[in-house]
Design a protein around this ligand. Structure first.
Ligand code: NAD
Length: 368
């Protein structure tokens, strides 16, 4: 059995608590002989700054580059508000994304039936929702040059951000989305603003050409990004995979996320270029932050982190069946009425971080 090297970076605040529960699932997988996952744990964020004055050390970066995948808990907190900008906790996360060249951000929005009433939409609109938003992460207006504020000298200033994409950047993110669609419902919506932006015109052209040449088995729809935002709250179940640029992806993935209930439920994956064997550099992390308000209380919801581990198994270790089992176990535990405080409901039993992790392992055991 090929051993997989997984670097765990629990980080700050609730990061170590929720990562501990992912560790419990990894131990279960290893003990059942479903895979051989070798983990190593290291520092990132504020705790790394406290230890050696940097949000991530060169030694940790080398480990991240050598690992088959990296899992991160969360970084940051008020303790580090005053540290130099370049060493702020988030700098560790940004360095990981940049040096691993993680250009594809995958954010699933899954609405577990037991939590459908926690959504801001009516149950029938979201029950069973399962969307994957694929956001381009390293290009577009967040990084384009020029990017500056100029003093015009007459009491006025002028700010410029530049939206820029080239063919190869659009192609590689579209390939990720179209490949993913083949493992799902074979349906992709590509969201752009070709009606008003040149980058939208090119985006549309490149995705159309790629689809025509290589993905005839996948249905592709083009949708204007503003209409996509509207359709997500009108009839979200019409979507399967949505692919879009960095800016629109930032907005649309947050919008889709809130259809599903709580921040504590949302996993994510950030992927790099595939090598000849189909292996990609990858970082898996919950969408939430370090939640300083509840850190150390054993109350954090570990489901986002455990679901991020399931994504790691599926996309980095090619263990789709084990990932399915973990997701099914999460669903079963919610059906049983167990809830952490962030998703608490009347008539349900509120449990802590550890109890939720233990219940998921028990459900995995029963599912055998
Ligand atoms: P947050 O996500 O940490 O918390 C927002 C709210 O959601 C809080 O009330 C928190 O208690 C709750 N919450 C979050 N995750 C939860 C979980 N798993 N279980 C139960 N409740 C949960 O966002 P914030 O308060 O804006 O930021 C706190 C710190 O985290 C800041 O320093 C911020 O910079 C950092 N942050 C880090 C990341 C990251 O590491 N990727 C992301 C966002 C924010």
């Amino acid at each position: 059995m090929t051993p997989y090297k997984l670097l765990l970076l629990p980080g700050d605040g609730i990061g170590p608590e929720v990562m501990g529960e992912a560790g419990r699932i990894i131990a279960w997988i290893n003990a059942r002989g479903l895979a051989k996952i070798e983990t190593e744990t290291d520092l990132v964020g504020g705790c790394a700054y406290d230890s050696h004055g940097q949000a991530i050390s060169e030694a940790t970066m080398s480990k991240a580059l050598a690992a088959d995948a990296v899992m991160l808990g969360a970084v940051g907190g008020p303790k580090w508000d005053g540290v130099p900008y370049d060493q702020r906790p988030e700098a560790g996360l940004l360095r990981l994304r940049k040096d691993l060249d993680l250009f594809a951000n995958l954010r699933p929005a899954i609405c577990y039936p037991a939590l459908a009433d926690a959504s801001s939409l009516k149950r029938d609109r979201v029950d069973g929702l399962d969307i994957m938003i694929v956001r381009e992460l390293t290009g577009g207006v967040y990084f384009g040059e020029p990017k500056m504020i100029t003093d015009l000298g007459n009491g006025q200033k002028r700010a410029v951000d530049t939206q820029v994409y080239q063919t190869s950047e659009i192609e590689r993110i579209a390939i990720v989305a179209l490949d993913l669609a083949r493992e799902r419902k074979r349906l992709v919506h590509s969201a752009d603003k070709r009606n008003v932006m040149k980058t939208g015109v090119l985006w549309n052209e490149v995705v159309t050409k790629l689809h025509k040449e290589r993905y005839g088995d996948v249905t592709l729809h083009h949708i204007l990004a503003d209409n996509c935002a509207m359709q997500l709250v009108r009839a979200p179940k019409q979507f399967d995979v949505i692919v879009t640029d960095n800016l629109f992806g930032d907005m649309l993935s947050d919008e889709a996320a809130m259809l599903t209930g709580s921040l504590g439920m949302l996993p994510s994956a950030s992927l790099g270029e595939a090598d000849a064997k189909g292996h990609r550099r990858a970082l898996y992390e919950p969408v939430h932050g370090s939640a300083p308000d509840i850190a150390g209380k054993g109350a954090a919801n570990p489901i986002a982190t455990i679901a991020s581990l399931a994504m790691c198994l599926r996309y980095s270790f090619f263990l789709g069946e084990t990932a399915d089992r973990i997701e099914a176990a999460i669903s079963k535990v919610l059906d049983q009425g167990l809830r952490t405080a962030d998703i608490a409901q009347d008539s349900c039993c509120t449990v802590g971080t550890k109890e939720m992790g233990e219940a998921i392992v028990a459900a995995l055991d029963r599912g055998e």
